[in-house]
Design a protein around this ligand. Sequence first.
Ligand code: ZN
Length: 236
Amino acid sequence: MKEYITMPKLMRFNVLFLLLLLNTGVKIFRGEQTAHVNPSSREKKLALTFDDGPSSAPLARIFAILEQEKVKATFFVVGNRVGLFPQQTAEYMKRGHTIANHTYSHQNYYQLRKSKTEDEFNAIVRREIAKGAQAIKNIAGVRPVYLRMPNGFVSSDVRKIAAETGHTIVNWSFGCDWKKLPKEKMIQNYLASIQPGAILLFHEKEITADVLPDIIAGIKKKGYKIVTLEEILSSR
Ligand SMILES: [Zn+2]
């Protein structure tokens, strides 16, 4: 199954195949991409994820909101920011959140793929994933399990490298906090997107901290439980 899923010609069928795979209750293998909700799940559960940290002020606000709401989230951090914010990096774990790999320097892989040879590209991906994981390990003391490439970039090579380095690729089902929308619209869009098994994408930004309390309140009002990414992935 893993071989099938990593064959480039079949890439566009991966999402469909993955959904079939998930429906059969097969466990997610390391290196597989999981970007979509499980349509067979009826449980009203979803997970929150935050990218591009660590940061200072926005993260402090996001931590406070999550604590008040008793919610645990997953933070996909950028390796070269981890050294800039060591205290915040340690704080994710202390507060019971999950820290995950968002590569070392957040490069644009859509552009890199066009400007580099395949070997050069793969070497960069491998180095970026490994350095990101090492930066997290050095400061937070844990080896990240989940990987999200910048802009959700995924290819068969990326899947292979992720699997070899012990990562599970996790993308998202919805996110819009970078789209410069009015706050009301942003809240509305997030709440309209939720469904069982959803993985919401946010960023460590001030505007996100502004809208987060209303989004969490709206999620709860719809009868949804906010759970860890681990719980979402294992219940698929
Ligand atoms: Zn990012």
